[in-house]
Design a binder for this molecule. Structure first.
Ligand SMILES: Nc1nc2c(ncn2[C@@H]2O[C@H](COP(=O)(O)OP(=O)(O)OP(=O)(O)O)[C@@H](O)[C@H]2O)c(=O)[nH]1
Ligand SMILES: [Mg+2]
Length: 551
Protein backbone atom coordinates (compact mmCIF):
# COMPACT_ATOMS: atom_id res chain seq x y z
CA UNK A 1 0.00 0.00 0.00
CA UNK A 2 1.28 3.45 -0.76
CA UNK A 3 0.69 6.26 1.66
CA UNK A 4 1.38 9.83 0.79
CA UNK A 5 2.90 11.79 3.59
CA UNK A 6 1.94 15.36 3.26
CA UNK A 7 3.14 17.54 6.09
CA UNK A 8 0.16 17.87 8.33
CA UNK A 9 0.42 20.58 10.88
CA UNK A 10 -0.46 19.28 14.28
CA UNK A 11 -0.21 21.10 17.59
CA UNK A 12 2.94 20.58 19.60
CA UNK A 13 2.79 18.15 22.47
CA UNK A 14 1.89 19.68 25.79
CA UNK A 15 5.03 20.84 27.58
CA UNK A 16 4.51 18.21 30.22
CA UNK A 17 4.39 15.42 27.63
CA UNK A 18 7.70 13.67 27.03
CA UNK A 19 9.52 15.40 24.20
CA UNK A 20 10.81 13.40 21.33
CA UNK A 21 12.75 14.41 18.31
CA UNK A 22 10.60 14.41 15.17
CA UNK A 23 12.88 11.95 13.47
CA UNK A 24 13.28 9.72 16.48
CA UNK A 25 11.22 7.01 14.88
CA UNK A 26 12.61 5.57 11.70
CA UNK A 27 9.78 6.33 9.37
CA UNK A 28 8.98 8.35 6.31
CA UNK A 29 9.12 12.09 6.70
CA UNK A 30 7.10 13.54 9.50
CA UNK A 31 6.35 17.07 10.39
CA UNK A 32 8.44 18.37 13.29
CA UNK A 33 5.39 18.34 15.48
CA UNK A 34 3.82 15.19 14.15
CA UNK A 35 4.43 12.45 16.63
CA UNK A 36 3.69 9.00 15.38
CA UNK A 37 3.16 5.95 17.45
CA UNK A 38 4.07 2.60 15.86
CA UNK A 39 1.38 -0.03 16.12
CA UNK A 40 1.35 -3.71 15.26
CA UNK A 41 1.42 -4.27 11.52
CA UNK A 42 1.51 -6.87 8.81
CA UNK A 43 4.98 -8.17 7.85
CA UNK A 44 7.08 -5.66 5.94
CA UNK A 45 4.90 -2.77 6.99
CA UNK A 46 4.48 -0.54 10.01
CA UNK A 47 1.25 0.78 11.33
CA UNK A 48 1.51 4.23 12.72
CA UNK A 49 -0.93 6.62 14.25
CA UNK A 50 -0.55 10.11 13.06
CA UNK A 51 -2.10 13.23 14.48
CA UNK A 52 -4.37 14.94 12.00
CA UNK A 53 -6.03 17.57 14.11
CA UNK A 54 -7.16 18.83 17.48
CA UNK A 55 -10.34 17.70 19.15
CA UNK A 56 -12.65 20.09 20.89
CA UNK A 57 -11.86 20.15 24.57
CA UNK A 58 -15.20 18.63 25.58
CA UNK A 59 -15.37 16.13 22.72
CA UNK A 60 -15.59 12.56 24.00
CA UNK A 61 -12.16 10.98 24.00
CA UNK A 62 -12.66 7.64 22.34
CA UNK A 63 -10.09 5.21 21.15
CA UNK A 64 -11.84 4.41 17.89
CA UNK A 65 -14.97 6.33 17.12
CA UNK A 66 -15.12 6.32 13.37
CA UNK A 67 -13.33 4.18 10.90
CA UNK A 68 -13.39 5.18 7.28
CA UNK A 69 -11.75 2.99 4.68
CA UNK A 70 -9.56 5.03 2.45
CA UNK A 71 -7.17 3.39 0.11
CA UNK A 72 -6.82 0.51 2.51
CA UNK A 73 -6.04 2.78 5.45
CA UNK A 74 -8.37 3.41 8.34
CA UNK A 75 -9.18 6.53 10.22
CA UNK A 76 -10.00 6.89 13.84
CA UNK A 77 -10.87 9.74 16.07
CA UNK A 78 -8.72 10.11 18.91
CA UNK A 79 -6.90 10.34 22.04
CA UNK A 80 -5.94 13.03 24.49
CA UNK A 81 -7.34 15.96 22.62
CA UNK A 82 -5.88 14.99 19.26
CA UNK A 83 -7.57 13.50 16.25
CA UNK A 84 -5.47 10.64 14.97
CA UNK A 85 -5.48 8.45 11.91
CA UNK A 86 -4.00 5.00 11.62
CA UNK A 87 -2.12 4.19 8.47
CA UNK A 88 -0.10 1.24 7.38
CA UNK A 89 3.15 2.10 5.68
CA UNK A 90 5.77 0.02 4.02
CA UNK A 91 8.91 0.08 6.16
CA UNK A 92 10.75 1.56 3.22
CA UNK A 93 10.30 5.21 2.47
CA UNK A 94 7.35 5.79 0.12
CA UNK A 95 9.53 6.27 -2.91
CA UNK A 96 11.33 3.03 -2.27
CA UNK A 97 8.09 1.06 -2.50
CA UNK A 98 7.86 1.80 -6.19
CA UNK A 99 10.86 -0.28 -7.08
CA UNK A 100 14.15 -1.18 -5.44
CA UNK A 101 17.27 -0.64 -7.34
CA UNK A 102 20.63 -1.83 -6.09
CA UNK A 103 21.44 1.76 -5.21
CA UNK A 104 18.31 2.03 -3.13
CA UNK A 105 19.02 -1.19 -1.28
CA UNK A 106 22.46 0.18 -0.55
CA UNK A 107 20.88 3.42 0.68
CA UNK A 108 18.66 1.44 2.99
CA UNK A 109 21.70 -0.17 4.54
CA UNK A 110 23.33 3.22 4.86
CA UNK A 111 20.27 4.64 6.54
CA UNK A 112 21.03 2.59 9.63
CA UNK A 113 24.10 4.85 10.00
CA UNK A 114 21.83 7.85 10.04
CA UNK A 115 20.69 7.38 13.60
CA UNK A 116 22.66 9.93 15.60
CA UNK A 117 22.79 10.78 19.26
CA UNK A 118 21.79 14.41 19.79
CA UNK A 119 21.09 16.06 23.13
CA UNK A 120 21.13 12.64 24.72
CA UNK A 121 18.53 11.29 22.29
CA UNK A 122 18.80 9.08 19.26
CA UNK A 123 17.43 10.79 16.19
CA UNK A 124 17.16 9.94 12.52
CA UNK A 125 19.32 12.27 10.46
CA UNK A 126 17.09 13.48 7.63
CA UNK A 127 18.67 14.77 4.45
CA UNK A 128 18.09 18.50 4.13
CA UNK A 129 18.45 20.94 1.25
CA UNK A 130 18.72 24.66 1.99
CA UNK A 131 17.28 27.56 0.01
CA UNK A 132 18.11 31.25 0.38
CA UNK A 133 16.75 34.27 -1.45
CA UNK A 134 18.55 37.52 -2.10
CA UNK A 135 15.79 40.10 -2.38
CA UNK A 136 16.09 43.70 -3.36
CA UNK A 137 14.17 44.76 -0.26
CA UNK A 138 16.75 43.09 1.97
CA UNK A 139 19.63 45.58 1.48
CA UNK A 140 19.60 46.31 5.20
CA UNK A 141 20.05 42.59 6.01
CA UNK A 142 23.05 42.07 8.27
CA UNK A 143 24.19 38.83 6.66
CA UNK A 144 24.77 38.12 2.99
CA UNK A 145 22.57 35.34 1.58
CA UNK A 146 25.59 33.05 1.47
CA UNK A 147 26.53 33.69 5.11
CA UNK A 148 22.97 33.37 6.24
CA UNK A 149 22.76 29.99 4.46
CA UNK A 150 25.94 28.86 6.22
CA UNK A 151 24.33 29.72 9.52
CA UNK A 152 21.16 27.90 8.46
CA UNK A 153 23.32 24.84 7.81
CA UNK A 154 24.66 25.11 11.36
CA UNK A 155 21.10 25.37 12.68
CA UNK A 156 20.11 22.32 10.63
CA UNK A 157 23.06 20.42 12.04
CA UNK A 158 22.09 21.43 15.58
CA UNK A 159 18.57 20.14 14.89
CA UNK A 160 20.04 16.81 13.77
CA UNK A 161 19.63 17.12 10.00
CA UNK A 162 22.19 16.23 7.36
CA UNK A 163 22.65 19.08 4.89
CA UNK A 164 23.22 17.61 1.40
CA UNK A 165 23.06 20.79 -0.68
CA UNK A 166 21.88 24.35 -0.97
CA UNK A 167 20.90 26.94 -3.51
CA UNK A 168 19.99 30.61 -3.63
CA UNK A 169 18.23 32.98 -5.96
CA UNK A 170 18.36 36.72 -6.59
CA UNK A 171 14.87 38.16 -6.88
CA UNK A 172 13.38 41.60 -7.17
CA UNK A 173 10.60 40.45 -4.84
CA UNK A 174 9.58 37.06 -3.43
CA UNK A 175 7.03 35.14 -5.43
CA UNK A 176 3.76 35.32 -3.41
CA UNK A 177 2.85 31.73 -4.37
CA UNK A 178 6.11 29.85 -3.98
CA UNK A 179 8.54 32.44 -2.58
CA UNK A 180 11.06 31.48 -5.28
CA UNK A 181 10.58 31.54 -9.05
CA UNK A 182 9.17 28.58 -10.98
CA UNK A 183 12.55 27.83 -12.60
CA UNK A 184 14.13 27.53 -9.17
CA UNK A 185 11.30 25.29 -7.99
CA UNK A 186 12.07 22.94 -10.91
CA UNK A 187 15.82 23.06 -10.15
CA UNK A 188 15.23 22.15 -6.51
CA UNK A 189 12.90 19.34 -7.55
CA UNK A 190 15.71 17.87 -9.64
CA UNK A 191 18.10 18.19 -6.69
CA UNK A 192 15.56 16.49 -4.43
CA UNK A 193 15.56 13.42 -6.66
CA UNK A 194 19.29 13.43 -7.28
CA UNK A 195 20.25 13.80 -3.62
CA UNK A 196 17.33 11.94 -2.10
CA UNK A 197 16.36 15.03 -0.13
CA UNK A 198 13.75 14.61 2.58
CA UNK A 199 13.43 18.16 3.91
CA UNK A 200 13.76 21.51 2.13
CA UNK A 201 14.49 24.41 4.47
CA UNK A 202 13.99 28.03 3.46
CA UNK A 203 16.11 30.70 5.12
CA UNK A 204 13.16 33.10 5.39
CA UNK A 205 9.74 32.76 6.93
CA UNK A 206 7.18 31.32 4.51
CA UNK A 207 3.44 31.91 4.54
CA UNK A 208 0.99 29.04 4.91
CA UNK A 209 0.15 29.24 1.22
CA UNK A 210 3.80 29.22 0.15
CA UNK A 211 4.48 26.17 2.34
CA UNK A 212 1.53 24.35 0.83
CA UNK A 213 2.34 25.27 -2.76
CA UNK A 214 5.99 24.32 -2.39
CA UNK A 215 5.14 20.97 -0.85
CA UNK A 216 2.76 20.30 -3.70
CA UNK A 217 5.38 21.31 -6.24
CA UNK A 218 8.15 19.20 -4.72
CA UNK A 219 5.96 16.14 -4.28
CA UNK A 220 3.96 15.09 -1.25
CA UNK A 221 6.68 13.21 0.59
CA UNK A 222 9.12 16.11 0.89
CA UNK A 223 8.80 18.25 3.97
CA UNK A 224 9.15 22.00 3.52
CA UNK A 225 9.90 24.23 6.45
CA UNK A 226 11.50 27.59 7.19
CA UNK A 227 14.20 29.02 9.47
CA UNK A 228 11.64 29.93 12.12
CA UNK A 229 10.24 26.39 12.31
CA UNK A 230 13.78 25.04 12.52
CA UNK A 231 14.72 27.37 15.38
CA UNK A 232 11.48 26.50 17.17
CA UNK A 233 12.30 22.82 16.71
CA UNK A 234 15.76 23.31 18.25
CA UNK A 235 14.27 25.22 21.16
CA UNK A 236 11.73 22.44 21.59
CA UNK A 237 14.49 19.83 21.72
CA UNK A 238 16.54 21.89 24.16
CA UNK A 239 13.90 23.18 26.56
CA UNK A 240 14.75 21.56 29.86
CA UNK A 241 12.68 23.44 32.42
CA UNK A 242 8.96 23.89 32.79
CA UNK A 243 9.20 27.59 31.99
CA UNK A 244 11.29 27.09 28.85
CA UNK A 245 8.91 24.34 27.66
CA UNK A 246 5.91 26.62 28.19
CA UNK A 247 7.59 29.45 26.31
CA UNK A 248 8.54 27.23 23.39
CA UNK A 249 5.07 25.65 23.26
CA UNK A 250 3.53 29.12 23.15
CA UNK A 251 5.83 30.25 20.35
CA UNK A 252 5.11 27.05 18.38
CA UNK A 253 1.36 27.47 18.69
CA UNK A 254 1.56 31.08 17.60
CA UNK A 255 3.62 30.02 14.62
CA UNK A 256 1.09 27.33 13.74
CA UNK A 257 -2.08 29.36 14.14
CA UNK A 258 -1.94 31.00 10.71
CA UNK A 259 -0.63 27.76 9.17
CA UNK A 260 -3.45 25.41 10.12
CA UNK A 261 -4.74 25.24 6.59
CA UNK A 262 -3.93 21.61 5.80
CA UNK A 263 -5.08 19.79 8.85
CA UNK A 264 -8.50 18.72 7.84
CA UNK A 265 -8.37 18.61 4.07
CA UNK A 266 -8.04 14.82 4.38
CA UNK A 267 -11.66 14.69 5.62
CA UNK A 268 -12.86 16.07 2.33
CA UNK A 269 -10.64 13.60 0.47
CA UNK A 270 -12.00 10.74 2.51
CA UNK A 271 -15.59 11.71 1.92
CA UNK A 272 -14.98 11.91 -1.81
CA UNK A 273 -15.61 15.64 -1.80
CA UNK A 274 -19.24 15.13 -0.66
CA UNK A 275 -18.80 17.30 2.41
CA UNK A 276 -17.43 20.34 0.72
CA UNK A 277 -16.33 23.02 3.12
CA UNK A 278 -16.08 20.57 5.98
CA UNK A 279 -12.32 21.03 6.12
CA UNK A 280 -12.67 24.79 6.23
CA UNK A 281 -15.19 24.65 9.07
CA UNK A 282 -12.91 22.33 10.95
CA UNK A 283 -9.97 24.69 10.44
CA UNK A 284 -12.01 27.42 12.12
CA UNK A 285 -12.77 25.05 15.00
CA UNK A 286 -9.09 24.15 15.26
CA UNK A 287 -8.06 27.78 15.25
CA UNK A 288 -10.50 28.48 18.06
CA UNK A 289 -9.15 25.57 20.08
CA UNK A 290 -5.59 26.64 19.44
CA UNK A 291 -6.42 30.19 20.51
CA UNK A 292 -7.93 28.81 23.73
CA UNK A 293 -4.80 26.74 24.29
CA UNK A 294 -2.63 29.80 23.64
CA UNK A 295 -4.48 31.88 26.21
CA UNK A 296 -4.29 29.01 28.76
CA UNK A 297 -0.55 28.77 28.14
CA UNK A 298 -0.17 32.54 28.52
CA UNK A 299 -1.96 32.35 31.88
CA UNK A 300 0.27 29.53 33.05
CA UNK A 301 3.35 31.42 31.92
CA UNK A 302 2.16 34.51 33.73
CA UNK A 303 1.95 32.59 37.00
CA UNK A 304 5.46 31.17 36.45
CA UNK A 305 6.60 34.69 35.66
CA UNK A 306 5.06 36.07 38.89
CA UNK A 307 6.84 33.39 40.86
CA UNK A 308 10.13 34.30 39.22
CA UNK A 309 9.50 38.00 39.88
CA UNK A 310 8.96 37.34 43.58
CA UNK A 311 12.22 35.43 43.67
CA UNK A 312 13.99 38.23 41.83
CA UNK A 313 12.56 40.91 44.13
CA UNK A 314 13.81 38.95 47.11
CA UNK A 315 17.20 38.83 45.46
CA UNK A 316 17.11 42.55 44.70
CA UNK A 317 16.41 43.36 48.35
CA UNK A 318 20.04 42.36 48.85
CA UNK A 319 21.53 45.08 46.66
CA UNK A 320 24.18 42.96 44.95
CA UNK A 321 24.59 44.31 41.40
CA UNK A 322 23.36 42.00 38.66
CA UNK A 323 25.54 41.65 35.57
CA UNK A 324 23.94 39.90 32.57
CA UNK A 325 25.83 38.14 29.81
CA UNK A 326 24.24 38.75 26.43
CA UNK A 327 25.49 37.89 22.98
CA UNK A 328 25.17 35.88 19.83
CA UNK A 329 24.54 32.18 20.24
CA UNK A 330 27.78 30.18 20.64
CA UNK A 331 29.81 33.30 21.65
CA UNK A 332 30.97 31.63 24.88
CA UNK A 333 28.65 33.15 27.51
CA UNK A 334 28.14 29.93 29.45
CA UNK A 335 31.84 29.08 29.27
CA UNK A 336 32.61 32.50 30.80
CA UNK A 337 30.06 31.98 33.58
CA UNK A 338 31.48 28.52 34.28
CA UNK A 339 35.06 29.84 34.42
CA UNK A 340 34.21 32.67 36.78
CA UNK A 341 31.88 30.87 39.13
CA UNK A 342 32.65 27.17 38.83
CA UNK A 343 29.09 26.60 37.61
CA UNK A 344 28.45 23.67 35.29
CA UNK A 345 26.12 25.21 32.75
CA UNK A 346 26.11 23.20 29.50
CA UNK A 347 28.55 24.86 27.10
CA UNK A 348 29.07 23.25 23.73
CA UNK A 349 29.80 24.00 20.12
CA UNK A 350 26.12 23.99 19.14
CA UNK A 351 23.67 26.80 18.66
CA UNK A 352 21.27 27.56 21.49
CA UNK A 353 22.90 25.38 24.11
CA UNK A 354 21.40 27.60 26.82
CA UNK A 355 17.72 28.47 27.07
CA UNK A 356 17.22 29.06 30.77
CA UNK A 357 18.92 31.79 32.74
CA UNK A 358 21.44 30.81 35.40
CA UNK A 359 22.69 33.25 38.02
CA UNK A 360 25.82 32.80 40.15
CA UNK A 361 27.73 34.99 42.59
CA UNK A 362 31.16 36.25 41.57
CA UNK A 363 33.60 37.53 44.19
CA UNK A 364 36.47 39.76 43.08
CA UNK A 365 39.79 39.64 44.91
CA UNK A 366 39.12 42.97 46.67
CA UNK A 367 35.97 41.54 48.27
CA UNK A 368 33.44 43.10 45.95
CA UNK A 369 30.67 40.85 44.69
CA UNK A 370 28.24 40.80 41.81
CA UNK A 371 25.69 38.36 40.44
CA UNK A 372 26.39 37.05 36.96
CA UNK A 373 23.47 35.87 34.80
CA UNK A 374 23.84 33.73 31.69
CA UNK A 375 20.87 33.58 29.37
CA UNK A 376 19.60 32.54 25.94
CA UNK A 377 21.74 33.61 22.99
CA UNK A 378 20.52 35.71 20.07
CA UNK A 379 20.63 35.10 16.34
CA UNK A 380 19.89 37.18 13.26
CA UNK A 381 16.29 36.85 12.05
CA UNK A 382 15.29 35.74 15.55
CA UNK A 383 11.60 34.82 15.23
CA UNK A 384 9.53 37.59 16.81
CA UNK A 385 7.19 35.12 18.49
CA UNK A 386 10.21 33.58 20.17
CA UNK A 387 11.39 36.94 21.51
CA UNK A 388 7.85 37.60 22.72
CA UNK A 389 7.54 34.17 24.34
CA UNK A 390 10.93 34.53 26.02
CA UNK A 391 10.20 38.07 27.20
CA UNK A 392 9.88 36.84 30.79
CA UNK A 393 13.36 35.35 30.61
CA UNK A 394 14.73 38.38 28.82
CA UNK A 395 13.22 40.71 31.43
CA UNK A 396 16.04 39.56 33.65
CA UNK A 397 18.34 41.42 31.28
CA UNK A 398 16.42 44.68 31.53
CA UNK A 399 16.77 44.70 35.31
CA UNK A 400 20.54 44.32 35.39
CA UNK A 401 23.07 46.93 36.50
CA UNK A 402 25.38 46.07 33.61
CA UNK A 403 25.15 44.18 30.32
CA UNK A 404 28.25 42.31 29.20
CA UNK A 405 28.07 41.79 25.45
CA UNK A 406 30.11 38.65 24.71
CA UNK A 407 31.43 38.40 21.15
CA UNK A 408 33.16 35.47 19.46
CA UNK A 409 35.93 37.59 17.98
CA UNK A 410 37.39 34.61 16.09
CA UNK A 411 34.17 34.32 14.05
CA UNK A 412 34.46 35.71 10.50
CA UNK A 413 31.11 37.44 10.94
CA UNK A 414 31.82 38.86 14.40
CA UNK A 415 30.88 42.41 13.44
CA UNK A 416 27.58 41.32 11.83
CA UNK A 417 26.82 39.28 14.94
CA UNK A 418 27.43 42.37 17.11
CA UNK A 419 24.94 44.31 14.99
CA UNK A 420 22.39 41.49 15.21
CA UNK A 421 22.67 41.43 19.02
CA UNK A 422 22.33 45.22 19.21
CA UNK A 423 19.22 44.95 17.06
CA UNK A 424 17.59 42.54 19.55
CA UNK A 425 18.73 44.68 22.49
CA UNK A 426 17.06 47.69 20.87
CA UNK A 427 13.74 45.86 21.21
CA UNK A 428 14.31 45.12 24.88
CA UNK A 429 14.32 48.63 26.36
CA UNK A 430 17.81 48.40 27.75
CA UNK A 431 19.41 51.50 26.24
CA UNK A 432 19.91 53.08 29.69
CA UNK A 433 21.84 50.12 31.11
CA UNK A 434 25.65 50.47 30.92
CA UNK A 435 27.35 47.99 28.60
CA UNK A 436 30.72 46.34 28.46
CA UNK A 437 31.99 44.73 25.27
CA UNK A 438 33.97 41.50 25.69
CA UNK A 439 35.89 39.95 22.82
CA UNK A 440 36.01 36.26 23.63
CA UNK A 441 37.89 33.34 22.00
CA UNK A 442 40.94 35.54 21.40
CA UNK A 443 43.00 32.31 21.59
CA UNK A 444 41.28 31.20 18.38
CA UNK A 445 41.76 34.49 16.50
CA UNK A 446 44.18 34.55 13.53
CA UNK A 447 46.32 37.28 15.07
CA UNK A 448 45.60 37.54 18.82
CA UNK A 449 48.09 40.38 19.38
CA UNK A 450 46.51 42.58 16.73
CA UNK A 451 43.04 41.77 18.14
CA UNK A 452 44.22 42.85 21.61
CA UNK A 453 45.49 46.20 20.31
CA UNK A 454 42.26 46.78 18.43
CA UNK A 455 40.20 45.89 21.52
CA UNK A 456 42.11 48.43 23.59
CA UNK A 457 41.43 51.11 21.02
CA UNK A 458 37.72 50.30 21.07
CA UNK A 459 37.39 49.95 24.85
CA UNK A 460 36.63 46.24 24.68
CA UNK A 461 38.04 43.55 26.97
CA UNK A 462 39.87 40.70 25.30
CA UNK A 463 39.70 37.30 26.90
CA UNK A 464 39.63 33.60 26.44
CA UNK A 465 36.88 32.10 28.56
CA UNK A 466 38.18 28.63 27.80
CA UNK A 467 41.71 29.07 29.16
CA UNK A 468 41.02 31.92 31.59
CA UNK A 469 43.24 34.53 29.92
CA UNK A 470 42.05 38.07 30.66
CA UNK A 471 39.55 37.10 33.36
CA UNK A 472 41.15 39.34 35.97
CA UNK A 473 41.07 42.30 33.63
CA UNK A 474 37.45 41.45 32.89
CA UNK A 475 36.53 41.53 36.60
CA UNK A 476 38.20 44.91 37.08
CA UNK A 477 36.45 46.29 34.01
CA UNK A 478 33.10 45.05 35.39
CA UNK A 479 33.91 46.72 38.69
CA UNK A 480 34.83 50.01 37.00
CA UNK A 481 31.64 49.96 34.90
CA UNK A 482 29.54 49.18 37.97
CA UNK A 483 31.21 52.05 39.79
CA UNK A 484 30.12 54.40 36.99
CA UNK A 485 26.55 53.32 37.68
CA UNK A 486 26.94 53.74 41.45
CA UNK A 487 26.25 56.75 43.65
CA UNK A 488 29.05 58.46 45.59
CA UNK A 489 28.27 58.35 49.31
CA UNK A 490 29.71 59.33 52.62
CA UNK A 491 27.92 57.72 55.53
CA UNK A 492 28.45 57.16 59.22
CA UNK A 493 27.62 53.56 60.08
CA UNK A 494 26.95 52.98 63.79
CA UNK A 495 29.15 50.33 65.37
CA UNK A 496 26.14 48.08 66.06
CA UNK A 497 25.44 47.85 62.29
CA UNK A 498 28.42 45.70 61.37
CA UNK A 499 26.39 43.72 58.80
CA UNK A 500 25.63 46.87 56.83
CA UNK A 501 29.32 47.69 56.77
CA UNK A 502 30.00 44.25 55.29
CA UNK A 503 27.34 44.78 52.62
CA UNK A 504 28.92 48.11 51.63
CA UNK A 505 32.26 46.36 51.22
CA UNK A 506 30.63 43.53 49.24
CA UNK A 507 28.56 45.44 46.78
CA UNK A 508 30.08 48.92 46.78
CA UNK A 509 33.55 50.36 46.43
CA UNK A 510 35.01 51.78 49.60
CA UNK A 511 37.56 54.53 49.06
CA UNK A 512 38.12 55.72 52.63
CA UNK A 513 37.29 54.68 56.22
CA UNK A 514 37.46 56.74 59.40
CA UNK A 515 36.57 55.63 62.90
CA UNK A 516 34.71 58.26 64.91
CA UNK A 517 32.88 58.24 68.23
CA UNK A 518 29.50 57.82 66.50
CA UNK A 519 30.58 55.03 64.13
CA UNK A 520 32.60 54.18 61.03
CA UNK A 521 32.56 56.93 58.42
CA UNK A 522 32.75 55.40 54.97
CA UNK A 523 33.51 57.22 51.73
CA UNK A 524 32.94 55.42 48.43
CA UNK A 525 30.47 54.36 45.75
CA UNK A 526 27.45 52.12 46.30
CA UNK A 527 24.54 50.96 44.11
CA UNK A 528 21.49 53.24 44.21
CA UNK A 529 19.27 50.93 46.34
CA UNK A 530 21.99 50.77 48.99
CA UNK A 531 22.50 54.53 48.83
CA UNK A 532 18.78 54.92 49.59
CA UNK A 533 19.11 52.53 52.52
CA UNK A 534 21.99 54.61 53.86
CA UNK A 535 20.08 57.93 53.70
CA UNK A 536 19.78 58.47 57.51
CA UNK A 537 23.45 57.60 57.96
CA UNK A 538 24.46 59.99 55.19
CA UNK A 539 22.59 62.76 57.00
CA UNK A 540 24.50 61.82 60.14
CA UNK A 541 27.79 62.60 58.35
CA UNK A 542 26.47 66.03 57.32
CA UNK A 543 25.48 66.68 60.94
CA UNK A 544 28.92 65.61 62.17
CA UNK A 545 30.63 67.86 59.61
CA UNK A 546 28.44 70.81 60.58
CA UNK A 547 29.21 70.18 64.26
CA UNK A 548 32.96 70.17 63.47
CA UNK A 549 32.60 73.48 61.62
CA UNK A 550 30.72 75.17 64.49
CA UNK A 551 33.34 74.09 67.10
N1 LIG B 1 38.68 28.42 21.58
C1 LIG B 1 37.75 28.87 22.42
N2 LIG B 1 36.55 28.28 22.48
C2 LIG B 1 35.64 28.79 23.34
C3 LIG B 1 35.91 29.90 24.16
N3 LIG B 1 34.80 30.17 24.88
C4 LIG B 1 33.88 29.27 24.52
N4 LIG B 1 34.37 28.43 23.60
C5 LIG B 1 33.68 27.31 22.95
O1 LIG B 1 32.59 27.84 22.20
C6 LIG B 1 31.48 26.94 22.22
C7 LIG B 1 30.25 27.67 22.67
O2 LIG B 1 30.40 28.04 24.01
P1 LIG B 1 29.15 28.32 24.96
O3 LIG B 1 29.69 28.80 26.26
O4 LIG B 1 28.21 27.18 24.97
O5 LIG B 1 28.47 29.52 24.15
P2 LIG B 1 27.12 30.30 24.54
O6 LIG B 1 27.33 31.73 24.19
O7 LIG B 1 26.72 30.01 25.93
O8 LIG B 1 26.12 29.67 23.50
P3 LIG B 1 24.51 29.54 23.58
O9 LIG B 1 24.15 28.99 24.90
O10 LIG B 1 24.21 28.66 22.45
O11 LIG B 1 23.97 30.91 23.36
C8 LIG B 1 31.89 25.80 23.15
O12 LIG B 1 32.34 24.73 22.34
C9 LIG B 1 33.04 26.37 23.96
O13 LIG B 1 33.96 25.39 24.38
C10 LIG B 1 37.22 30.49 24.08
O14 LIG B 1 37.57 31.43 24.77
N5 LIG B 1 38.09 29.93 23.20
MG1 LIG C 1 25.10 29.11 26.69
Amino acid sequence: MRVTFSAIVAPPPSPSAPRRHPQLLKQPRSHPHLHCVPLSASPGTSRIRRIVGVLEKDAPEVETAAAVDVDGGESEIGINGFAVETVEVARDSPRKVLGRSKKMAQEEDDSSDRFKLRNGREIFEEKAYLVGVDCRGKEDALFSTEDSLKELAQLADTAGLLVVGSTSQKLAAPNPRTYIGSGKVAEIKTAIHALDVETVIFDDELSAGQLRNLEKAFGGDVRVCDRTALILDIFNQRAATHEASLQVALAQMEYQLPRLTKMWTHLERQAGGKVKGMGEKQIEVDKRILRTQISALRKELESVRQHRKQYRNRRLSVPVPVVSLVGYTNAGKSTLLNQLTGADVLAEDQLFATLDPTTRRVQINNGMEFLLTDTVGFIQKLPTMLVAAFRATLEEISESSLLVHVVDISHPLASQQIDAVNKVLDDLDVELIPKLMVWNKVDKADDPERVKIEAEEKGAICLSAINGDGLEQFCFAVQAKLKDAMVPVEACIPYDKGELLNTIHQVGMVEGTEYTESGTVIRGHVPLPLARLLTPMRQRVTELTNMDKSV
